[in-house]
Write a protein that binds this ligand. Sequence first.
Ligand SMILES: [Mg+2]
Length: 180
Amino acid sequence: MNNKERAQRIKMILMDVDGTLTDGLLFVLPDGQEIKSYHVRDGMGIFMAHLAGFKTGIITGKTSESLKIRAEKLKIIELYQGIIHKKKVFFEILDKHSLQAEETAYIGDDLGDLPVIKLAGFSGAVADAHMEIKKHSHFICRNPGGKGAVREFIEFIFDSQNKWQIIERNLNQLKSKDLS
Ligand SMILES: [Mg+2]
């Protein structure tokens, strides 16, 4: 089976955060608060995934209030923070949405993602992912984490399922407030 065939079966797209949706950098303030940045193009990719009818979710080891705000804004359906054993949560999500592993995509960057990378029907590694993640992923992004890798991964799924027409149609029907 090739990547196009794998991507054709996908109904839900799951993501890691640090090093995947971000470049992995954390700015630690004197009060202990952590600041990280996200790429608007990745956000737009997630937004378009919803327009195309995909479900989305996040499984991350860390916990932050800002991620909760970002996920709500992007209308990401599943947000699991503070997760050490991602495999357990992966199966929980499958169960909740009555999905098979083959119908689920996952993108990550580091060793904590490996169990899910091995299970997902279509798995992606950001360009600067750990060697082991790259070794076991179906798709290796040209872009590094936090710099459009998630967008690239999502767009490969759009291409494989010929989703561009429906995305364009739904984008045309949006009002400016939907994108703010
Ligand atoms: Mg990570």
